[in-house]
Design a protein around this ligand. Structure first.
Ligand SMILES: CC(C)(COP(=O)([O-])OP(=O)([O-])OC[C@H]1O[C@@H](n2cnc3c(N)ncnc32)[C@H](O)[C@@H]1OP(=O)([O-])[O-])[C@@H](O)C(=O)NCCC(=O)NCCSC(=O)C[C@@](C)(O)CC(=O)[O-]
Length: 294
């Protein structure tokens, strides 16, 4: 019988470390990514080319990309908010770039300092440049069920932004429960709405684990046919513009869930344990709370 496969996108080095209090040394970031590369991940989100004034933790993006030991089969992806970030990502030999929009207006303003419509307009030249350079483009939608500033988010708003990102040329859109407040009761209707406008094979789940219910949301998403999930080793991180949000769902938890449900991830247990121990050891006690660039 063919085994059903799931891809885990390891986002700890970016989504995790962007939120740590105090600057994590570049060597530590590089060592973490190298350990993750040894686990068999085919997709690692390594860093982001954003404004260092907004997210100081990612100020060493170019150096991180230059120093990691790349596995030939692994895609090293980076976040890019604008054309400037894209150009820096290309120069750093990123294999994939990710643009990030929000389903909530206030989160969009707090995170990237523009409205949702403005963000989509800003992404267009970036998407065109990515197409010309044949660099795969990933999209994110933040706040798919709840916004830290506006409260519950309408499923139709998530579907609208997802459709726009796909129209821009994203090969995949990752649905972000930024605040980690999702449950099957809220994730279900959101997925219903998104699946009405997007093919399931173009979607990924990105769940933070603030309430410890991320694996329930993943299980529900699996039942709807989603086979790509983002997670962070050691449960690292959060989002600097989502006060109160805890880290991404822990990669070890997702791996255990997939093993229990009979899905193959291609990840090596020994490697995961080593990377997990390293991530836990590098995790400072305190996180950044709300940051403001202005
Ligand atoms: C989008 C901007 C740049 C707008 O920021 P802005 O202030 O409106 O734009 P700006 O053009 O005036 O630029 C401000 C400064 O940044 C510089 N700058 C401008 N662009 C770049 C660049 N690419 N790389 C390096 N520097 C850049 C620019 O040169 C200027 O420098 P200054 O004059 O102050 O010295 C800013 O808001 C920003 O960088 N935001 C990023 C915020 C961020 O990274 N948030 C976390 C990631 S999203 C997330 O975690 C959610 C996700 C994806 O995981 C899914 C989920 O869970 O929901």
């Amino acid at each position: 019988m063919a085994v059903d496969k799931v891809t885990i996108v390891e986002v700890g080095p970016r989504d995790g470390l962007q939120n740590e209090a105090g600057f994590v040394d570049t060597s530590q970031k590089v060592a973490l990514i190298n350990l993750l590369s040894d686990c068999g991940f085919r997709r690692i989100e390594a860093t982001s080319f954003v404004s260092p004034r907004w997210v100081p933790q990612m100020a060493d993006a170019t150096e991180v990309m230059a120093r990691i030991e790349r596995q030939p089969e692994t895609v090293y992806s980076v976040l890019t908010p604008n054309l400037r970030g894209f150009e820096a990502a290309v120069a750093a030999r990123a294999d994939e770039v990710a643009i990030f929009a929000s389903a909530s207006e206030t989160f969009s303003r707090r995170n990237i300092n523009c409205t949702i419509a403005e963000s989509l307009a800003r992404f267009r030249p970036l998407a065109d440049a990515a197409r010309r350079a044949a660099i795969p483009l990933r999209g994110y939608v933040s706040c798919v069920v709840e916004c830290p500033y506006e409260g519950p988010v309408l499923p139709s708003a998530v579907a609208r932004v997802t459709a726009e990102l796909l129209a821009l040329g994203c090969h995949e859109v990752s649905l972000g429960d930024t605040l980690g407040q999702g449950s099957p009761e809220t994730i279900g209707p959101m997925l219903d709405s998104v699946l009405a406008v997007a093919p399931v094979e173009r979607l990924a789940g990105h769940f933070h684990d603030t309430n410890g219910r991320a694996t329930e949301s993943i299980e529900l998403s699996l039942n709807r046919g989603i086979r790509v999930f983002d997670s962070a080793i050691g449960g690292l991180g959060g989002c600097p513009y989502a006060p109160g949000a805890k880290g991404n769902v822990d990669t070890m938890k997702v791996q255990a869930l997939m093993e229990r449900l009979g899905f193959e991830t291609g990840l090596r247990t020994e490697g995961l344990e080593a990377a997990n121990a390293f991530a836990l050891a590098m995790r400072p006690n305190e996180r950044v709370s709300t940051q403001s660039a202005r």
